[in-house]
Design a protein around this ligand. Structure first.
Ligand SMILES: NC(=O)C1=CN([C@@H]2O[C@H](COP(=O)(O)OP(=O)(O)OC[C@H]3O[C@@H](n4cnc5c(N)ncnc54)[C@H](OP(=O)(O)O)[C@@H]3O)[C@@H](O)[C@H]2O)C=CC1
Ligand SMILES: CC(C)(CO)C(=O)C(=O)O
Length: 305
């Protein structure tokens, strides 16, 4: 099974690197600057085991030819429109698209462009970033990747893709209810990104400052919005979120905070903005504050660039 991965940043680089090390047929679709870096090799520094791939297969939009069985999309939400144009020549009649972005709105965009039947749901639970030298830094043990049919249940194509992704050195499973799991992940990331960006600190630091109630208030708002939309987080997800967000020793900070700290763009519209659009008339004052804070950051960044 031929797999193309759009983007070789934190997510694409980590999972693509593991798949290549396990002998899977994977090619990265990257832009010229990233291609130049990858030509010197792909390095992953991880508590799950370091990896060095001297020459990962890669193409750019200029050298992309033919179609692929699976196209995994691992760009940031603000790059999605451009990424869609870039992957389009690789999408044939049988191609399955697996997006790994945080949030939910990208599913509608991809389904509108390529047809609902071509797009699976997917998400990951991992904490990774590009280091200063273009390598992938992985911060803890978690490297979860899940995918499944948006309509739910098993299918032959998901079973086949699962056979390619399974046993490749990361925590992979097929989900029979990926939409519910994506909502649960969205609630968690919207809460974590809002709290850690507002406070410019990790979850444990926020608790140390006596502001853990702000994080839990954000969590309650996001859970209520998910429930209003027919996806109340299940007991296991609620407990997991509470355990992680009330851990006074937790070094977790969202990738969005790392983006702010390097002065980069943020996915505020896709993570907080999209959730607020789905809030209807429900007041969500903490989430609105976090979103306003991020929008102000974006406005200042645009003014100063
Ligand atoms: N990092 C994390 O820990 C987690 C991230 N996520 C989510 O995963 C998604 C990806 O995040 P992450 O991997 O951290 O982001 P990164 O910024 O590290 O990587 C995204 C990559 O996509 C590439 N890209 C964007 N547009 C194109 C294009 N048109 N053609 C080729 N390459 C392109 C970028 O390339 P270039 O270098 O050229 O800009 C970049 O390398 C986000 O939605 C994020 O929220 C989810 C869970 C955890
Ligand atoms: C939830 C978390 C923090 C880790 O998976 C994440 O998704 C991110 O940093 O973007």
């Amino acid at each position: 099974m031929r797999c193309l991965i759009l983007g070789a940043g934190g997510i694409g680089g980590y999972f693509g690197g593991r798949l290549l090390a396990a002998g899977r047929d994977v090619t990265f679709l990257v832009r010229p600057a990233r291609a130049a870096r990858l030509a010197q090799g792909l390095r992953i520094i991880s508590p799950r085991g370091d990896l060095a791939l001297p020459a990962p297969p890669l193409v750019t939009s200029q050298t992309l030819t033919g179609t692929y069985d699976v196209v995994m999309v691992s760009c940031k939400a603000y790059d999605l429109e451009n990424a869609i144009d870039t992957i389009a020549p690789a999408v044939g009649r049988e191609t399955v698209i697996v997006p790994l972005l945080n949030g939910f709105g990208h599913l509608d965009t991809l389904r509108a462009r390529f047809g609902a039947e071509r797009v699976l749901g997917g998400y990951c639970l991992i904490s990774v970033t590009l280091d200063g030298e273009g390598g992938i830094a992985h911060f803890n043990q978690a490297d979860v990747l899940r995918l499944g049919e948006i309509a739910g249940g098993p299918s032959e194509r998901v079973r086949a893709i699962g056979a390619m992704l399974g046993g490749a050195g990361f925590d992979f499973a097929v989900s029979d209810d990926i939409v519910q799991e994506m909502w649960e992940k969205w609630v968690f990331i919207a809460t974590t990104a809002s709290a850690t960006c507002l406070m410019r600190a990790a979850i444990g630091d926020i608790i140390g400052a006596g502001a853990g109630d702000v994080t839990l208030g954000l969590l309650a708002e996001c859970e209520a919005i998910a429930s209003d939309n027919g996806h109340p987080p299940g007991e296991a997800a609620r407990k997991r979120a509470r355990d992680q967000l009330t851990d006074a020793t937790s070094p977790i900070m969202a990738s969005m905070l790392r983006d702010i700290e390097r002065g980069g763009p943020v996915e505020a519209d896709a993570i907080q903005g999209e959730m607020l659009r789905r809030a209807g008339d429900r007041p969500a004052p903490l989430l609105r504050l976090a979103h306003a804070h991020l929008r102000a950051y974006e406005a200042r960044r645009a003014r100063q660039s």
